[in-house]
Design a protein around this ligand. Structure first.
Ligand code: 5AD
Ligand code: SF4
Length: 440
C-alpha cells in the first residue's frame, strides 16, 4: 500500500460548513486521504468557505495568497475551494487564483473524489451544480472516526425566504429536507459511535418537512422520534426562522426532556420599518409574542439571536427599537453583525448607512448583549444543571462540558468524556462557569 495522502481542511462560517467539512473528509477518506492538522504536511488543502459577509469571502482570497509559497515549494500540492464562495464565484476563483486546482459547491461535494483524482492528473475542475441526485445518497457511511460526544447532523438545506440582505438562497439553493428515515439512520449510527448529543442543522431547520413513513414529518415529529433513540440524550437544532416556529415544535419544548432549553431564533432588527425592508415578513411585536408563547411552554428557555446593524435606511429611531427589543427579550447569547452588502441581493442596490454610524451602533448593541450574557451566566450560580463532558480541561483532573443551556462549564471530576454529570454551578467567569459534581 502506498503512503496515505494527507488532507488539510480549513472551515469558515456556519455549523453546516463544519458538518460538510467532516463529510468531505470522509468522502476523500474513501480515496485514501487522511486528515492532518498541519497545512504544510498536506497533499491537498481544502478551504470550505463562507460567503455570508464580505469579510468572510475576502478572507478566502488572502488565505489562498498565503498558500502560494507552499505550492511553490511543493508543486504536487492540490488546492481546492469548497463551500459558499465556491458556489457564488465558481470559475472566477480559477481566474483570480491560478494556484487553485478544484472548485466545488455545497451541493456537489459528493463528486469531490473524482475531482481530486482529476487534480492528481493535473486536470482542474469546477462543479457548482445543484445536481438532481442527492449528495447524501452518494457519500460514504459515517465512519467510526467520530469520537466526540456531540455531533452535527444536517436535516434541511437551503432557503426560500429571500431576506433582502442574504446570499443563502443563492449559495445553498432552494429549501430541501432530507427524508426522515435517513436522518434517523444517521443519528443511530452516530449514537453507536458514542455520540450523546445531536444538533440538527438547517439554514431554516424549523421549516423541515422531510418524507416520513406516514407522510411528511415536521421538525417536531422528527425530534420526538429522535428522542426515542436509546443512548441519544440531548437534541438541539439550529437555525430557525420565527415564521416557522410551529405550535407542535413549541409544545415539544415543553414535553420532550431531551430537547434542550436553548433556542437560536434570529430576528435581525427590532424596527418594523427595517423588518419590512429586510423582507422578514413579521413584526417586532409578533416576535415578542412568539417568545412569550415559547417561554410559556418552557419557562427556562435560553434565547439566542442574530442582529444586523446599519441595514440601508436604518435611522437612530430604528436602532433604538432594536435595543428595546433586546431589552424585552433578554438574551442568553446573541450574535451581531454590521450590514455587509452582498452582490446579487436586493438590499445591495440601496444606499448604505455611513460606516462610522454602523460601527457605533454595533458597539452599543454588543455592550447590551454582553451585559445580558453575563447576567444570564451569573444567574446560573447556585443552580443544579446537567453537563455533558466534552473534553479534558487545561488543569489536571479538569473536564469541560456544556450545560443544557449551552454554557461552557469547567469541573474537577474523574468522570469520562461523554458522561452527563449533575452538578451545582459554583462560580461564573467571563466566558464559562465552574461546577461541582453532585453525588449520584
Ligand atoms: N450582512 C451582515 N450580516 C448578515 N447576515 C446574513 N447576511 C448578512 C449580511 N449581508 C447575518 C444574519 C444571519 C447571520 C447568519 O448572518 O444575522 O442571521
Ligand atoms: Fe456562510 Fe451561509 Fe454558506 Fe453557512 S450557508 S457557509 S453561513 S454563506
Amino acid at each position: 500500500m502506498s503512503e496515505p495522502k494527507k488532507l488539510f481542511i480549513k472551515t469558515y462560517g456556519c455549523q453546516m460548513n463544519v458538518y460538510d467539512s467532516e463529510r468531505m473528509a470522509e468522502a476523500l477518506g474513501a480515496e485514501g486521504y487522511v486528515t492532518t492538522e498541519v497545512a504544510e504536511d498536506a497533499d491537498m488543502v481544502l478551504l470550505n468557505t463562507c460567503h455570508i459577509r464580505e469579510k468572510a469571502a475576502e478572507k478566502v482570497y488572502s488565505d489562498l495568497g498565503r498558500l502560494r509559497p507552499l505550492k511553490l515549494a511543493k508543486p504536487d500540492l492540490k488546492i481546492g475551494v469548497a463551500g459558499c464562495v465556491a458556489q457564488a464565484e465558481g470559475e472566477e476563483i480559477l481566474r483570480r487564483m491560478p494556484l487553485v486546482d478544484l472548485v466545488v459547491g455545497p451541493q456537489s461535494y459528493h463528486r469531490l473524489p473524482a475531482m481530486a483524482k482529476a487534480a492528481e492528473k493535473g486536470r482542474k475542475s469546477v462543479d457548482t451544480d445543484f445536481p438532481q441526485e442527492d449528495k447524501f445518497d452518494h457519500l460514504p457511511d459515517r465512519p467510526r472516526a467520530n469520537v466526540r460526544p456531540t455531533a452535527f447532523l444536517t436535516v434541511q438545506e437551503g432557503c426560500d425566504k429571500f431576506c433582502a440582505f442574504c446570499v443563502v438562497p443563492y449559495t445553498r439553493g432552494a429549501e430541501v429536507s432530507r427524508p426522515a428515515e435517513r436522518v434517523l439512520a444517521e443519528a443511530r449510527g452516530l449514537v453507536e459511535k458514542g455520540v450523546r448529543e445531536i444538533t440538527l442543522l438547517g439554514q431554516n431547520v424549523n421549516a423541515y418537512h422531510g418524507a416520513g413513513r406516514d407522510g411528511d414529518w415536521t421538525l417536531a415529529r422528527l425530534v420526538r422520534e429522535l428522542a426515542r433513540v436509546d443512548g441519544l440524550e440531548r437534541i438541539r437544532y439550529t437555525t430557525s426562522h420565527p415564521n416557522d416556529m410551529a405550535d407542535d415544535l413549541i409544545a415539544a419544548h415543553g414535553e420532550e426532556a431531551k430537547l434542550m432549553p436553548y433556542l437560536h431564533l434570529p430576528v435581525q432588527s427590532g424596527s418594523d420599518r427595517i423588518l419590512k425592508a429586510m423582507a422578514r415578513k413579521h413584526t417586532a411585536d409578533q416576535y415578542l409574542r412568539l417568545i412569550e408563547k415559547i417561554r410559556a411552554a418552557r419557562p427556562d428557555m435560553m434565547m439566542s439571536g442574530d442582529f444586523i446593524v446599519g441595514f440601508p435606511g436604518e435611522t437612530d429611531a430604528d436602532f433604538d427599537a432594536t435595543m428595546d427589543l433586546i431589552r424585552a427579550v433578554n438574551y442568553g447569547m446573541a450574535y451581531s453583525f454590521k450590514y455587509s452588502a452582498r452582490p446579487g441581493t436586493p438590499a445591495a442596490e440601496k444606499t448604505p448607512v455611513a460606516a462610522e454610524v454602523a460601527d457605533a451602533r454595533l458597539q452599543t448593541l454588543q455592550a447590551l448583549i454582553t451585559s445580558q450574557q453575563r447576567a444570564a451566566q451569573e444567574a446560573m450560580v447556585g443552580r443544579e444543571v446537567s453537563v455533558l463532558l466534552e473534553k479534558a480541561g487545561r488543569l489536571p483532573g479538569q473536564m469541560v462540558g456544556k450545560s443544557d443551556y449551552l454554557h461552557a462549564v469547567h469541573v474537577q471530576t474523574d468522570l469520562p468524556v461523554g458522561e452527563i454529570a449533575r452538578m451545582r454551578i459554583v462560580s461564573s467567569a467571563p466566558n464559562s462557569l465552574a461546577g461541582a459534581v453532585l453525588d449520584a
